[in-house]
Design a protein around this ligand. Sequence first.
Ligand SMILES: NC(=O)c1ccc[n+]([C@@H]2O[C@H](COP(=O)([O-])OP(=O)(O)OC[C@H]3O[C@@H](n4cnc5c(N)ncnc54)[C@H](OP(=O)(O)O)[C@@H]3O)[C@@H](O)[C@H]2O)c1
Length: 267
Amino acid sequence: MTVHPLRLAQEVARPQTGRQPHPFESRAMPPSAPSDSPGSILLIGASRGLGAAMAAELLRRGGHVTGTVRPGGARTALHDLADAYGARVEIETLDITEPEQIAALHDRLAGRCFDILFVNAGTANPRQDETIAEASTEDFIRVMVTNALAPLRVIEGLQERVAPCGVIGVMSSGQGSIGNNVNGGHEVYRGSKAALNMYMRCYAARHAADQRALLLLAPGWIRTRLGGPNAPLSLEETVPRIVTTLLAQRGTPGLRYLDREGRTVPW
Ligand SMILES: NC(=O)c1ccc[n+]([C@@H]2O[C@H](COP(=O)([O-])OP(=O)(O)OC[C@H]3O[C@@H](n4cnc5c(N)ncnc54)[C@H](OP(=O)(O)O)[C@@H]3O)[C@@H](O)[C@H]2O)c1
């Protein structure tokens, strides 16, 4: 049987065994009780797939979504949401691999303060069955830059626009877990998400005194263009849980690596 790159089994966390939480994972008491409304979210990569579905779920719950699509003017699922929800949707443009576009977005959003920044945008190499040594240098660079370097540039570049007690999250993957990797495979993608996790830990270490919640989310293997048609999970059954887990981080500072149910994934 062909195993898809984003196998659900590797997205699901192992049960906890009574270990002590790492200092990055949780600190202090919530400074304020989270409200029911999602508030305002800056959602990076909201044109389709998980990003567009998260935008729809946040809007359904009463949130205000500023979503980004890549420049070029093509109509996307986010445009459909803007038609349906009017002023509660704003559409911005960003290619996360272009640092000058991050700086320009930072400037366009001057004076804004979002409750949540979530970087969803990500990619995979076309031949997921190849080993790291077989992958082309071009694919390796493209996936690593998009999945590991660019999200941290977006976070560093836009953190000023996030409330001091807000949430900064990134879409990681269970495939980024080094501890859970007992089968190998999908090596370029895996390495890029493991690197993303490492760079978020670097960010968390440098911001240890911050009151913001930091999240690396492993959503599960879901049917999208990236997940492919053989993924066992639909957007409908996973995205409400993903959004609930994201919103549940509000008010609890520190970095956590969680699956869509809010369970810790081994680093
Ligand atoms: N689906 C799964 O099973 C699964 C599992 C684990 C993790 N994930 C992660 O979830 C995230 C979303 O994946 P998906 O399944 O929804 O995939 P998808 O349907 O292929 O969507 C990918 C999204 O990322 C955007 N994007 C890609 N490169 C970009 C760039 N350079 N700048 C700005 N936006 C860019 C795409 O925009 P365009 O429309 O402009 O291309 C699109 O909105 C990714 O980070 C992925 O690694 C997915």
